[in-house]
Design a protein around this ligand. Structure first.
Ligand SMILES: C[S@@+](CC[C@H](N)C(=O)[O-])C[C@H]1O[C@@H](n2cnc3c(N)ncnc32)[C@H](O)[C@@H]1O
Length: 395
């Protein structure tokens, strides 16, 4: 079994390297060393070493995952973002054991790893797995990470492995002067793992990656608003205070859609999505059912959720079609409601602006500015949080 595990592990390292997820020799060495199957108890070896498979550890009564062993792919992507060095003190928020063991390999004998989880069962499980794999030096603490772990601070790195909606002030307070926080941050319905460094009073980042995580529990838990517009169609919204003309929008859903094409390429969907969703507070995520798509009422993009520009009783959202000349895709818009033309024109302008000025990976610079609680205001390129504002600018 050990031989089989070692060869599956070596294959996983090669795969993660070929995918560009592992870029450093040190991380390749750590992944090749840590026996992941000892943290994926009761799973077949193949599942333990499948690079892109998350393994659910605990669900709530409704079946929603509360804790999982994240897929190795996203763990290594975040660890590369973190640029952990020997001797560092690292706090991991959310404990599965395996990620903490990788961090222990990276910090070496002179560093320290503290892993905190809100759930006593998960803490116990992580402790047992870490001991079985020989990582007794990792400290596992049960606590709500919203308050950080002051007794072990300061930390050179804080790696958050649950979906956060805001940056608790304790994380900033407990971060060392040149520290970095890597956090899957939720912004207008999208999650990106962002590597934040200190800048002035807040944080700044040029590194962000697409990811998905179970939601943060405890004091920092946040429930997005789901607004039902009509049967099979709804809006997911960050801002609890934002008003919507639900009756107007429901009527718009029943009206025929206006179709407009941008002439611009549709490419790098996760970059474009971030640009659109954070461009203005009038953007909300539009979700629609397959039935409505099959009936021809909506385009396919709504089934996964798509940024929609919502103005009064009108809205527009993105779609795409094959571009015969380039072999790629062209972006376009469907719009509904009395002001469909005007809303479509604004959306088309955004699609063209992104394609002509920002169409590349990593074009966003993301800042987090702490502010007195509840004072941040959403505006163009600014996503308001409770404890501060996320500012997104594009180069
Ligand atoms: C996806 S699991 C991460 C496990 C592990 N770090 C990994 O990457 O495989 C997320 C964990 O975050 C924990 N969690 C959620 N909210 C938390 C909070 N406020 N404080 C500490 N842990 C929290 C959950 O209990 C869950 O075990």
């Amino acid at each position: 079994m050990d031989d089989e595990a070692a060869s599956l592990r070596a294959a996983m390292v090669r795969e993660l390297h070929d995918l560009g997820a592992i870029t450093s020799e040190t991380l390749a060495g750590a992944v090749a060393t840590v026996p992941r199957h000892l943290f994926a108890v009761d799973e077949p070896l193949k599942a333990a070493y499948a690079a892109d498979q998350a393994l659910v550890i605990k669900r709530d009564q409704d079946g929603t995952a509360l804790s999982s062993l994240s897929a190795t792919h996203i763990q290594v992507v975040m660890l590369e973002q973190a640029e952990i060095e020997p001797g560092m003190r690292v706090l991991e928020v959310g404990s599965g054991g395996y990620n903490a063991a990788l961090i222990a390999e990276l910090v070496g004998d002179t560093g320290a790893v503290v892993s905190v989880d809100i759930d006593a069962e998960i803490v116990e499980r992580a402790r047992t797995c870490l001991d079985a794999a020989g990582y007794e030096q990792v400290e596992v603490v049960q606590s709500d990470a919203d308050a950080g772990v002051p007794e072990h601070a300061p930390f050179d790195r804080i790696i958050v492995t649950a979906g956060a909606w805001d940056i608790p002030s304790a994380w900033l307070d407990q971060l060392s002067e040149h520290g970095r926080i890597v956090v899957p941050l939720r912004m207008r319905g999208l999650t990106r793992s962002i590597a934040f460094d200190r800048a002035d009073e807040g944080l700044v980042s040029d590194s962000y990656r697409l990811c998905g995580f179970v939601a943060m529990q405890g004091a920092g838990a946040y429930t997005e608003r789901l607004i039902r517009v009509a049967d099979g169609i709804g809006l997911r919204v960050d801002d609890q205070r934002q008003d919507f003309d639900i009756n107007g929008l429901a009527a718009a859903v029943r009206s025929p859609g206006l179709e407009v094409w941008s002439g611009a390429a549709f490419d790098l969907p996760d970059e474009l999505e971030l640009f659109l969703a954070t461009s203005t507070p009038e953007m909300a995520m539009l979700h629609g059912s397959k039935d409505l798509v099959e009936q021809g009422v909506f385009a396919l993009s709504v089934t996964r959720g798509v940024p929609a520009l919502v103005v009064g009783g009108s809205f527009a959202y993105r779609t795409k079609r094959p571009n015969q000349e380039t072999g790629g895709f062209e972006s376009g818009v469907f719009a509904h409601g009395p002001d469909a033309e005007a809303v479509a024109a604004r959306y088309i302008d955004l699609l063209r602006r992104w394609a002509s000025e920002h169409q590349r990976r990593g074009a966003a610079r993301i800042r987090y500015r702490p502010m007195p609680s509840g004072t941040a205001k959403p505006s163009q390129g600014i996503v308001a949080k409770q404890l501060g504002a996320v500012e997104i600018s594009w180069s």
